[in-house]
Design a protein around this ligand. Structure first.
Ligand code: SF4
Ligand code: SF4
Length: 244
């Protein structure tokens, strides 16, 4: 299953939010009302009309200067998506895989009850699925499969001014990510790629993923169901996962 992948190099991210805005524009999602919450991150969370969100975390450095951790959050387009496995039982057809790109797509034409949605959300290791109450359907990043099928880059990648986001054939992207990790490790020994073997959106972080976002990589506090789903995702052969 080759398909496509993203590489998100957070060491090059400046938190400009160009990707977040480009995502809104391409998907024709309405603006989200924002509030002053004592952080530069806005809005507070992903939603049925915010598929991409640059998360901001701040930590005091040794000299008292802040250290920023920017995390352009979005669906990881898992190779064996737990959301699809849950949805196939609850609302068949609500989650489909694009044949060419292998993008994981939520089908807005298939209605999902609020109760079933809760179960589908609870199995996503990265807390991505959101519910559109008006339409009774689920929403998230589509990998811009419409743009990609027409030979274009996803809107967020196209908009990024720093080269933090890359997109392409999976084998090429994995090589690019490994090469960049080797470079970054010279300066940041804790640098790592987050689950590159299991997901199509590969993040490079220079520090513990939990410093960036609670759901950047699944931690103990993120719940048993999500952790079990991640375990299956990381070991699809031994757990016998099948995707149609
Ligand atoms: S990140 Fe969550 S919503 Fe996205 S494909 Fe994986 S399980 Fe599904
Ligand atoms: S557009 Fe690029 S630099 Fe700006 S927030 Fe997004 S990933 Fe970071």
């Amino acid at each position: 299953m080759p398909g496509k992948s993203f590489f998100i190099d957070t060491t090059k991210c400046t938190g400009c939010r160009g990707c977040q805005i480009a995502c809104k524009q391409w998907n024709q999602n309405p603006e989200t009302k924002t509030l002053q919450r004592g952080t530069y991150q806005n809005p507070a969370d992903l939603s049925a009309t915010t598929f991409k969100l640059v998360r901001f975390s701040e930590e005091g450095g040794r000299q008292g200067d802040p250290i920023w951790y920017f995390f352009p959050d979005q669906c990881r387009h898992c190779l064996y998506p737990p959301c699809k496995m849950a949805a196939d039982k609850k609302a068949p057809g609500a989650v489909i895989l694009d044949v060419k790109t292998r993008a994981v797509i939520f089908n807005p034409a298939v209605k999902v009850s609020p109760e079933d949605f809760k179960e589908i959300n609870a199995i996503c290791p990265f807390d991505i699925p959101r519910y559109n109450e008006e339409l009774g359907s689920m929403a998230k990043c589509t990998m811009c499969f419409d743009r990609v099928s027409a030979g274009m880059l996803p809107a967020c990648v196209q908009a990024c001014p720093t080269g933090a986001m890359s997109f392409g054939d999976r084998a090429d992207i994995r090589k690019m990510a490994e090469k960049r990790l080797d470079e970054v490790k010279y300066e940041h020994r804790r640098a790592s790629l987050i689950y590159p073997e299991a997901i199509r959106v590969i993040f490079l972080v220079k520090d513990d993923p939990e410093k960036y976002h609670r759901f950047a990589a699944t931690q103990n506090e993120t719940g048993v169901t999500r952790r079990m789903a991640l375990k299956q995702l990381l070991h699809p052969v031994t757990t016998g996962l099948k995707i149609s």
